[in-house]
Design a binder for this molecule. Structure first.
Ligand code: HSE
Length: 403
């Protein structure tokens, strides 16, 4: 019998219990032992819930039970979740998590702690929900020097952008719809300002170079300034708009990472990732391009990824399962200032002459029913663009990078 404890009985926690129970035969045979949820830790009681008898309120019950070898931390946050994870790992219990905030902040340290205590800290569900991406990077792409990751890592914003594009509706109204449908949180800040995608690309870029990429130092822009007019111009340019989380590593393992909306060519695989789906486009120096696609959020997809980690831990009790190179040393993060891109500008119609003067050699765009003008600049460094675009003043209504 392989006893598992689940910390947090929210959406993902209840999904973890459901996956282990509904797929018990498959999960147990793959784990090589009968999988059993022994405890659920939560502050609340769940009268009438089929698993209410498993609910405990004291974490020490789990910590002190030698029969519990695997713990799923699906509480979220970096307070109690961090303390509980440390204590479990110190006690030699493997921890599987969907908590991207904790992984982004303390991943390297918790991995080292797991290694010291012959157990595992696994976090497949922390990036891309149900999409396998952490395990492929750590196990399948090990022959590669990973050069670039370009990804759609947030389902909420991808849903909002998809609806805006298809229905021509403004950001605020689409956000409201997404909230009503339960896709967006009541406080949507972490999603719409790009912070969630930022934590996820920090995790992926740390794995790319095997060193810690600090999420707080990654340049991050959200989607709140995007309008239907931006989509109309994007269409005129044969593109769509996606919130991209990008990271690239040079031959000295210096990382350039950012999260920002981008005009993506319609023929690029990421342009086809719509609604709440996520996509991760990885470029290795030998394999070339590899793409991962699927449900980046939601109860069962996320829980499925957590349970895949549980299976791995069950097969490696008493030792570290997946080798994950992520040392607790800071990676060198390059400033976005030297990043080279072309920029799409949406400006008032009067700025036409000024645009060709400030950014010679660009291309004008026009969109039906839009009384502004669109312009695509030549490729230039971010710092050059920032300096030159200041001359446009209030005539510049929005600017979006080209992917
Ligand atoms: N809020 C996240 C999203 C959930 O919309 O993708 C998964 O991390």
């Amino acid at each position: 019998m392989m006893n598992v404890a689940v910390l947090g009985y929210g959406t993902v926690g209840s999904g973890v219990v459901e996956v282990i129970e509904r797929n018990n035969e498959q999960v147990s045979s793959k784990a090589g032992d009968e999988m059993h949820v022994k405890y659920i830790l939560d502050l609340r009681d769940f009268p009438g819930d089929p698993y209410e008898s498993l609910v405990v309120h004291d974490f020490n019950v789990i910590l002190e039970d030698p029969d519990v070898k695997i713990v799923c931390e699906v509480m979220g946050g970096v307070g109690a979740a961090y303390q509980f994870t440390r204590k479990c790992l110190e006690a030699g219990k493997s921890v599987c998590t969907s908590n991207k905030e904790l992984v982004a902040k303390h991943g390297a340290e918790l991995l080292a702690l797991a290694r010291e205590n012959n157990c595992s800290y696994l976090f497949e569900a922390s990036v891309g929900g149900g999409i396998p991406i952490i395990r492929p990077i750590n196990k399948a792409l090990t022959a590669e020097k990973l050069e670039m990751i370009s990804a759609i890592l947030n389902g909420t914003t991808n849903y909002i952008l998809t609806r805006m594009e298809r229905e021509g509706v403004g950001y605020e109204e689409t956000l409201k719809q997404a909230q009503e449908l339960g896709y967006a949180e009541r406080n949507p800040e972490a999603d719409v300002e790009g912070y969630d995608a930022c934590r996820k690309i920090a995790i992926l870029s740390s794995l790319m170079v095997g060193k810690n990429v600090d999420s707080e130092k990654i340049y991050t822009e959200g989607i709140t300034k995007i309008t239907p007019a931006d989509f109309a111009f994007a269409k005129a340019a044969g593109r769509t708009i996606k919130l991209l989380a990008n990271a690239s590593a040079d031959d000295q393992d210096r990382v350039q990472a950012y999260v920002a909306p981008a005009l993506v060519p319609l023929e690029h695989p990421l342009a086809m990732v719509n609604d709440v789906f996520n996509g991760v486009f990885v470029t290795g120096n030998m394999v070339g391009d590899v793409m991962f696609y699927g449900r980046g959020a939601g109860k069962l997809p996320t829980a499925s990824a957590v349970v895949s980690d549980v299976v791995d831990c069950a097969r490696h009790v008493g030792r570290t399962s997946i080798v994950c190179l992520w040392e607790p040393v800071e990676a060198k993060l390059l400033s976005i200032d030297t990043c080279c891109k072309a920029f799409f500008l949406r400006c008032s119609a009067e700025a036409k002459a000024q645009l060709t003067e400030v950014f010679p050699g660009g291309t004008f765009l026009s969109a039906e029913g839009v009384d502004e003008i669109g312009y695509i600049t030549p490729v230039m460094e971010e710092q050059e663009f920032a300096k030159k675009s200041a001359a446009l003043g209030d005539a510049l209504h929005n600017r979006i990078r080209l992917a």
